[in-house]
Design a protein around this ligand. Structure first.
Ligand SMILES: [Zn+2]
Length: 115
């Protein structure tokens, strides 16, 4: 783990909306908020499948601020997301070719190579 401040990417809000969800589980007294991250698995070369994994949990009464803090921490968790060093966009790890380049950039780069 590093102590670098969180990177922010221009599409963070989109990625958070699409790939991080908060699920309320349990009852009023013992309830929890689960923060789930959407993981992309490739069942074929062009067949992504999204599965949800519980990545963090908070007490049901957690403040909106605490939820936001936890969501931001997940966005910056390298197990789940990475920022492409070419386009600067944050992508789920399932979209990353090699941990530093997203597939969209890799495809553009390869097209350029074969022109
Ligand atoms: Zn990229």
């Amino acid at each position: 783990m590093s102590d670098l401040p969180p990177l922010s990417a221009p599409n963070d809000a989109d990625i958070q909306a699409e790939f991080i969800r908060v699920v309320s589980v349990g009852g009023a007294l013992d309830g929890r908020l689960w923060l789930e991250v959407g993981l992309i698995r490739w069942t074929g070369p062009h067949t992504p499948a999204l599965t949800w994994q519980v990545a963090d949990s908070l007490p049901a009464g957690a403040s909106a601020e605490a939820v936001t803090t936890a969501q931001t921490a997940l966005l910056n968790d390298a197990r789940y997301f990475a920022v492409c060093e070419r386009c600067g966009r944050r992508c789920p790890q399932g979209w990353m070719l090699d941990g530093v380049t997203c597939q969209a950039c890799a495809e553009r780069f390869l097209e350029h190579l074969t022109e």
